[in-house]
Design a protein around this ligand. Structure first.
Ligand code: GDP
Ligand code: MN
Length: 365
């Protein structure tokens, strides 16, 4: 057999095998573990909810109505809407809603010009008084018990940051997205049981305020950086299975996914260095999870590209088996799971190449 062909096979076996084995291992060994967190069901901290907004006229009213339905004492909740000078009806809708609902403490902070999502959030921290800060997107709807189910984890001081499990609720690609979500939700929750997961979603992310204030304001700061930085600092950064957030797919799905992948990649390339620089790094079981995820995000996508390229090369040298495998790959694309996986690998590759230029901190809205 040809050496190129052998290399191609080895790369492809690794590419598909490593994540598959990791998934099965996480699901059978880790997912059933105890949390090892001292929860307290009657813990009732004060909560500050930050909603960054830019042109959210379609969702902001639904979002506020959704918060009003939370099964948590309203007098322990304050809401800060940090708007970057929306050009649509967002501000008018919020003001109207505030008049109608004095029972919820809502503050509106308006910036003259656009600063971007993360900068708005961090600038708003000075107005925040709760022990826990909830960061949540205007278009994300929460289960009624989201906050109630969240707080018990924070009764244990080892928990620094928590994110919800996610589902998409609208849009043309919903079916695909939920295939991918189920796969990732299992891995993220399993990793969280061991210690922490590096991948969090800003759709709903809850952070202890004093810890959030110490997170360095890096240019590519995002949900995953916040989670990973906090996990490296020795606190738990968890995704839990009893807090759910529902998000619509809107705008260009491909652009959104590439943008999010770019942030994930920056997080993997930079966070560890930063925790060492700021002297906050602490050894923990998170180190192993980090190494595996690092491999899955940074290295593994390239094995697919290389393996496929080598297959095509050996095909031109007349190896039947290469042709067979390439055709098998094409046929497997009928499967939604397989297609979603391949697309995700392509997004990661494109994101890595785009990161060589710049990251979008302010996107078209
Ligand atoms: P995606 O879900 O990653 O596609 O991002 P979205 O466009 O849904 O934005 C997530 C949240 O950030 C929403 O609540 C937006 O209104 C808000 N947002 C997006 N861009 C900005 C911005 O430049 N400034 C502020 N303050 N909020 C923003
Ligand atoms: Mn969104």
């Amino acid at each position: 057999m040809n050496i190129l062909l052998l290399v191609a096979l080895a790369l492809l076996v690794l590419h598909f095998g490593v994540p598959l084995i990791y998934y099965v291992y996480a699901k059978t060994r880790w997912l059933k573990r105890e949390w090892n967190i001292r929860m307290n069901e009657s813990y009732r901290p004060r909560i500050s909810i930050i909603i960054p907004t830019f042109n959210e006229e379609e969702y902001i009213e639904k979002k506020l109505d959704n918060l009003l339905e939370q099964e948590y004492p309203l007098d322990l909740i304050e809401v800060l809407i940090v708007d970057d000078g929306s050009k649509d009806k967002t501000l008018a809708i919020v003001k109207e809603w505030m008049k109608k609902h004095p029972e919820l403490n809502v503050k509106l902070i308006i910036s003259e010009s656009r600063k971007g999502k993360m900068k708005s959030i961090f600038d708003a921290l000075k107005y925040v008084s709760g022990e826990l800060v909830v960061i949540t997107d205007a278009d994300a709807m929460l289960g009624k018990n989201a906050i109630l189910n969240t707080v018990k984890y924070f009764a244990d001081p080892s928990v620094g940051v928590l994110t919800a499990s996610l589902k998409y609720y609208a849009g043309k690609l919903v079916k695909y997205e939920n295939v991918y979500r189920d796969y990732y939700n299992v891995i993220r929750i399993a990793e969280s049981k061991v210690h922490s997961t590096p991948i969090h979603s800003g759709v709903y992310q809850v952070v202890r305020r004093d810890i959030l204030e110490k997170v360095p304001r890096e240019p590519y700061i995002e949900d995953c950086f916040i989670a990973s930085y906090i996990a490296f600092s020795g606190y738990r950064a968890i995704q839990v299975d009893d807090v759910w957030s529902y998000e619509p797919m809107r705008g260009s799905t491909i652009r959104t996914k590439i943008r999010r992948a770019q942030f994930n990649i920056s997080t993997f390339l930079n966070t560890k260095k930063i925790t060492e620089r700021t002297n906050t790094y602490k050894q923990s079981p998170f180190d192993y999870i980090w190494k595996i995820e690092w491999y899955l995000y940074i290295i593994n996508p390239w094995l697919l590209v290389l393996g496929t390229t080598l297959l095509v090369m050996t095909l031109t040298q007349g190896f039947m088996i290469s042709g067979f495998l390439l055709i098998l790959g094409l046929i497997l694309l009928v499967s939604k799971t397989f297609r979603t996986w391949i697309l995700q690998q392509i997004f990661l590759i494109v994101a890595m190449l785009k990161n060589l230029q710049s990251i979008e901190t302010m996107w078209k809205k």
